[in-house]
Design a protein around this ligand. Structure first.
Ligand code: ATP
Ligand code: MG
Ligand code: MG
Ligand code: MG
Length: 581
C-alpha cells in the first residue's frame, strides 16, 4: 500500500477529548475519529486493526465449533417485553419508533433475538447442543462513554449464545469458550486475568467469569491472591456493597447512599466512607459534567446523614483545576489546598477528596483529617501520598495507590493470605444463563424421553472494539502504539528517505515485492515529505518493523528497526543489506 494514497491524518497534538494514553495515540495516528460522544469512525489503518482482531476472534470461535450468524440490530420492543427487559434495561437501551409508531430497540445484546430463533427452530434434543455467534455493532446509550473505543455507545462486539439440553452439556461449551477466550487474548498479545464474576445483576443461574485486560485506566478492580490463585471482580469478592457507586455496567452512579451495613463493615467506629467512582475525570469541566445536581444532592444527603456540614473540600492538583468552579460544584464554603499548613487551621474537615481526581473521587464524611497530597499528572500516572490517615480504617489503597473500601490486609476468602487489588478492563464475559431466557420466552424442546424441557443457555461476549482499545492501552509507548504483529495494520513499514531518488525507489519496490511474496503486508511511505516527518509518522503508526531506505541504497544497504526486536533486547536500528533484510 502506498501511504500517499491512504487516508492517514496523523496529528501533532491529541484532541482535547482524548482521555487515555491508548485513545490519544489512536487519534494521533489517524486511526479513529469521533463523530459524536462514544461514536467513532475507523479510518483505514484502524479498520485493518479491527479486522485483524475480528479475524482472531472468528478463527477461535470457529475452532471451538461455533456457527457464525448475523442477527438484526433493530429489534421489536415486544421481544424485549417478553423477556421483561424492556423496562429493566433502562436508559442504556436505545429506543426508536418506525413510521407506524411501532417501538424498536437497537440491540445492546441479542439474548432475546436468539432465544426467539431457538423457540421457532429447535424442538428436539437431536438438534442440541449448538452455539451461534456473530460479530457486529451494538448500541448502548452509556451514561458516560469514555476512553474512546473502551466505552462506546456504538461498538463492535462478538456475542455467542449456546443451547444445551442439560447443565453438563452447557458446562462443556462453557469450558470450550473459556479456552477460546484465553487463546483470543493471548493472540492479541494482551496481559489479562480471568476472574470470577457475580451473576446477580444479569440474572444468570450459574457461574460467570470476566476476562480482564490489565490497565490503569481500567474501570474494574480485580481482586487476586498471589498465594492460591483466587481471582474475582470486586463485587464477587464482596466489596462495593450498597454504598458503592458502581452499577452493574461499571458506570459511576451518584445515587448511592451509605447504609448501616457499610458503616458496620468498613468503619468500625461508625464513620461513613463512600466512594463516587469517576475514573478518568481530570479537569474541572469533566468533573462538573459528572457532579451534576444528583451528585450534589447525594453529597447533601451524606452530610445530613453524617450529621455534619460541608466545611471544606480538600483538593490539591495541578492548577488545571479551577478552584472556584470546584467550590460551586461541591457547594463547599472553602477549598483547602492539601498541605499540612493549610490544614492546620481546619481540624474539623468533614469532606475531602482523597486520591487522584483522575481516577477515583472518594468522599470521606466525618473522617479524621486526612492530609493528602496528590498531583494530577494524567489518567495513567498515579502519584499519591497520604499522611495522618488511618489506613485500614479510613480506607485502604490498592497496589496502584488507589482507594478502595474495606480494610487493608484483607484476607483471601480461600486461603486467608493478603489480597491484591489491580485495575482491569473487562474485555470478555462468559455466563451460564441457565433457562432464564428460554423460560421467559417459552423456548422448549423434547428430550430423549419425550418430555418438554427448556434449553439450558450460555452467553459469551467479547468487546472487539474494546479489545483494540485495550491493546492500544497496553502497547502505548513514548511515541505511539507499538502494535503486536498479530493485529498491526501492516507488518512492515518501508520508509525511503527520498522517493524521488531512483535507487531508493527501486530498492523499496524490490523489497516490497519480496516481502509480499513472503506473506507479509507492507506499507510504503512514498510521500514527498522530509525524513523527520516520515519518522515521526512511522512511530505514530507503530508497525512492528521499519525498514529505512536511504543513501546506502546504491550498495543495497538499508536500516532496519523493530520494536518487537527492541522489546526482546535487540538493538533498535541495525544496518544490513537489502538481501539480509
Ligand atoms: P461494562 O461492565 O464495561 O459496562 P458489560 O458488563 O456491561 O461491560 P457485557 O454485557 O458483559 O458488558 O458485554 C460483553 C462485552 O462487550 C464486555 O465484556 C465488553 O468487552 C464489551 N462491551 C460492553 N460494553 C461496551 C461498550 N460500551 N463499549 C465497548 N465495549 C463494550
Ligand atoms: Mg461488566
Ligand atoms: Mg455495561
Ligand atoms: Mg459484563
Amino acid at each position: 500500500m502506498r501511504q500517499s494514497e491512504m487516508l492517514v491524518p496523523t496529528l501533532r497534538e491529541a484532541p482535547a477529548e482524548a482521555d487515555a494514553a491508548g485513545h490519544r495515540w489512536l487519534l494521533r495516528s489517524g486511526m479513529i475519529r469521533q463523530l459524536a460522544a462514544g461514536i467513532y469512525s475507523y479510518l483505514p489503518l484502524g479498520r485493518r486493526i479491527l479486522l485483524n482482531v475480528e479475524r482472531i476472534v472468528r478463527e477461535e470461535m470457529d475452532r471451538a465449533g461455533c456457527q457464525e450468524v448475523l442477527l438484526p440490530i433493530m429489534q421489536p420492543a415486544e421481544l424485549w417485553e417478553e423477556s421483561g427487559r424492556y423496562t429493566q434495561y433502562g436508559p442504556e437501551l436505545m429506543r426508536l419508533k418506525d413510521r407506524h409508531a411501532r417501538e424498536f430497540a437497537l440491540g445492546p445484546t441479542h439474548e432475546e433475538v436468539v432465544t426467539a430463533l431457538a423457540r421457532d427452530e429447535v424442538n428436539s434434543y437431536r438438534k442440541l447442543p449448538f452455539t451461534l455467534y456473530q460479530i457486529g455493532t451494538k448500541f448502548r446509550d452509556e451514561r458516560r462513554p469514555r476512553f474512546g473505543l473502551l466505552r462506546g455507545r456504538e461498538f463492535i462486539m462478538k456475542d455467542a449464545y449456546s443451547f444445551a439440553s442439560d447443565w453438563e452439556e452447557l458446562d462443556r461449551t462453557y469450558q470450550a469458550m473459556n479456552t477460546a477466550y484465553s487463546r483470543i487474548l493471548e493472540r492479541c498479545g494482551l496481559e489479562y486475568i480471568r476472574v470470577e464474576a457475580d451473576a446477580g445483576t444479569i440474572g444468570g443461574q450459574g457461574e460467570t467469569h470476566e476476562f480482564m485486560a490489565l490497565a490503569d485506566v481500567g474501570e474494574d478492580t480485580i481482586v487476586t491472591c498471589k498465594h492460591c490463585g483466587y481471582a474475582a471482580n470486586l463485587e464477587k469478592a464482596g466489596y462495593e456493597t450498597s454504598g458503592s457507586s458502581v452499577n452493574n455496567s461499571g458506570q459511576a452512579e451518584v445515587s448511592a447512599v451509605p447504609t448501616t451495613a457499610d458503616k458496620a463493615d468498613g468503619n468500625a467506629e461508625g464513620d461513613t466512607l463512600v466512594r463516587i467512582q469517576t475514573p478518568g475525570v481530570r479537569t474541572i469541566n469533566e468533573l462538573s459534567a459528572f457532579v451534576g445536581e444528583d451528585a450534589q444532592n447525594m453529597i447533601k444527603t451524606l452530610l445530613y446523614q453524617a450529621d455534619g456540614q460541608l466545611v471544606a473540600a480538600l483538593v490539591r492538583g495541578d492548577h488545571e483545576v479551577n478552584d472556584i468552579a470546584l467550590k460551586q460544584v461541591l457547594g463547599a464554603e472553602e477549598l483547602i489546598l492539601a498541605d499540612e499548613t493549610a490544614l492546620a487551621g481546619h481540624p474539623k474537615l468533614t469532606v475531602g477528596f482523597l486520591g487522584p481526581i483522575g481516577l477515583d473521587l472518594p468522599i470521606v464524611v466525618d473522617a479524621d483529617v486526612a492530609v493528602m497530597e496528590h498531583a494530577i499528572t494524567g489518567a495513567n500516572e498515579v502519584d499519591v501520598h497520604y499522611s495522618n490517615v488511618r489506613p485500614g480504617k479510613d480506607f485502604a489503597l490498592d497496589n496502584v495507590g488507589r482507594i478502595r473500601f474495606a480494610a487493608e490486609g484483607d484476607g483471601c476468602p480461600t486461603c486467608g493470605e493478603s489480597l491484591v487489588f489491580t485495575k482491569g478492563i473487562e474485555v470478555g464475559h462468559i455466563f451460564k444463563l441457565g433457562t432464564k431466557y428460554s423460560d421467559a420466552m417459552g423456548a422448549s424442546f423434547l428430550d430423549r424421553n419425550g418430555r418438554q424441557c427448556a434449553p439450558v443457555m450460555g452467553c459469551y461476549g467479547i468487546g472487539v472494539s474494546r479489545l483494540m482499545a485495550a491493546i492500544a492501552e497496553q502497547y502505548a509507548g513514548e511515541e505511539g502504539i507499538r502494535w503486536p504483529a498479530t493485529v498491526a495494520p501492516y507488518h512492515v513499514h518501508l520508509i525511503p528517505m527520498s522517493w524521488k531518488d531512483e535507487q531508493q525507489r527501486e530498492l523499496t519496490l524490490q523489497l516490497e515485492q519480496q516481502l509480499i511474496d513472503a506473506g507479509y503486508s507492507v506499507l510504503v511511505d512514498d510521500r514527498d515529505e522530509r525524513p523527520g516527518v516520515k519518522f515521526k509518522d512511522s512511530e505514530l503508526i507503530g508497525l512492528p518493523v521499519q525498514v529505512v531506505i536511504g543513501r546506502g541504497a546504491a550498495e543495497g544497504q538499508v536500516e532496519f528497526g523493530s520494536h518487537v526486536l527492541a522489546a526482546q533486547g535487540e538493538s533498535k536500528r541495525i544496518s544490513m543489506t537489502a538481501q539480509e533484510a
